[in-house]
Design a protein around this ligand. Structure first.
Ligand code: ARG
Length: 266
């Protein structure tokens, strides 16, 4: 049974601009954001059979909904994020409190080691990847590698629109990888082809990558992704996945979608 940490969007809004998707003038429709968030929770609980842990939202922290950035949890251990931008650094204490009160062994990093949690650290059971340059710092991966005794392959993110690894890279339960190659430099693209076998790399077209097709939640054979990505859905279905597309455009105004709104707890 999968458990995910989520945070209701009571205070979600665009109050600052820290990625190319965010425009303060592009105001959030609160009613529709709340409806979209509940739609996602409903599908995760009722269809994908996930257990949701809900964090309490905090006024003045509009991005706290993006719990993928809380940190990374493996077993009983949780590494708390160190955000690059001061606007989001204020979230760190709330995520840390949540991990502590849930009984995790909390690992904190030096403040100068930027690390934005599961937004930038993803992988398969035996092979992990860390996204860097836009938000997380490459220097953090050797440390995390030690903490988790796990090889972590750094991948440089070269396109500011894909500023977290989870915006362009989504490992699936069957060993396939859904991804948008142009978000990586040539070294990164090569490493990915070395590590993920032919036939397992599912390339997302740019038009759908820009609708955050890769920001999907995969639970067993179930994949929840944003609406408007028919080619991606078809590829997933041909590999035996059941897809569920949802409208999440209010969260896209902030540069996020399905995956960003969840943090895997096991
Ligand atoms: N507005 C947020 C930011 O720029 C969005 C975070 C999306 N999270 C993610 N895991 N991709 O930090």
């Amino acid at each position: 049974m999968s458990r995910l940490l989520v945070c209701p969007p009571d205070y979600f809004d665009i109050e600052y601009e820290i990625n190319p998707w965010m425009r303060r003038s592009n105001t959030v429709d609160r009613v529709s954001a709340v409806r979209q968030w509940h739609g996602l929770m409903h599908v995760l609980e009722r269809k994908a059979g996930v257990v949701l842990e809900r964090m309490r939202p905090v006024p003045g922290l509009p991005d706290l909904v993006f719990t993928a950035n809380a940190g990374v949890v493996v077993g009983r251990r949780a590494v708390v994020s160190r955000f690059r931008y001061p606007e989001r650094q204020r979230e760190e204490a709330y995520f840390e409190d949540w991990f502590r009160s849930a009984g995790y062994d909390v690992v904190t990093l030096e403040p100068e080691f930027f690390f934005e949690g599961a937004g930038d650290l993803l992988g398969f059971s035996d092979c992990w990847f860390g996204g860097y340059r836009q938000r997380s710092d490459i220097r953090v991966f050797p440390l995390l590698s030690e903490v988790f005794t796990q090889e972590i392959i750094p991948l440089e993110l070269v396109d500011g629109r894909f500023y977290h690894l989870d915006t362009c890279f989504c490992p699936l339960s069957g060993g396939e990888l859904l991804y948008f190659p142009a978000a990586f430099d040539t070294d990164g693209q090569e490493v990915i082809t070395e590590r993920v076998p032919d036939g397992f790399r599912l390339v997302v077209p740019e038009s759908e990558a820009l609708r955050f097709a890769c920001n999907a939640v995969c639970v067993g054979k179930y994949v929840v992704l944003p609406a408007g990505c028919p080619e991606t859905e078809q590829q997933l279905q041909s590999r035996g996945y059941r897809t569920h597309a949802l409208p999440l455009d209010e969260f896209m105004k902030s540069g996020g979608s399905a995956k960003c709104l969840t943090l895997a707890l096991d």
